[in-house]
Design a protein around this ligand. Sequence first.
Ligand code: NI
Length: 259
Amino acid sequence: MIFDTHAHLTDEQFNEDRDEVINRIKREGMLVLNCGCDEKSSYLSAVLAKRYDFFYAALGMHPHDSKDYTDKFEKWIIEHINDERVVAIGEIGLDYHYDYSPRPVQKDVFIRQIELANELDKPIIIHSREATQDTYDIVKKYLKTKRGAVLHSFNQSEEMLKQYLDLDMNIHFSISGPVTFKNAKNMLTLVPNIPLDRIFVETDCPYLTPVPFRGRRNNPTYVTYVADKLAELYGKTTEEIAEITTQNAVKFFGINLKC
Ligand code: NI
């Protein structure tokens, strides 16, 4: 079994064949966690989680859209956070690469959703791009729930990894397709420093497609190429990495797998 802990199957790139892609996940016997980015994708994530027993959902407002965060949306999250298979607040964070929302608004909405997670006692899924220090400072200051956080598509420095681990706040690190890219040399030295009990695999589909499918639309079944690369880096088999990362994520998200 393998668990893609960060997918966007609610993205419009799946509008033509979403059911087919989801059925393929089912046939492969995988688990998938779909992250909300805005109102619409959060809502659709919750709907799909209700429909499929291998489909988990996170609800939240991505930094790109943080200018659209409202009291009404927050109230909706509170109403649905304990729905079956809704397991986290995400994805939330800071993105200073695109700056689609003003930075002060991004920070406010990030903090507000962390406080929501504290209150609801749920883990958070963090997106951080070109905002390394601000992300760290906010997590350190505001994250109170012991449920912790996962830094998705983690590609920061070994120093930042160490600083996050030193916080002792149940921080996890999720690795995506770029670890398979030829130009991702920093990932090859970074990844083996991540403790094996703190690592997840993800696709971030439809984005970040791993080699050998780079350039095409990504989908959750390609998460095995990420696991292959981790197997190489940790000196394990792909099956062992799949097992370890799945168990880590199941535990972190508080998932009760019926055997
Ligand atoms: Ni994402």
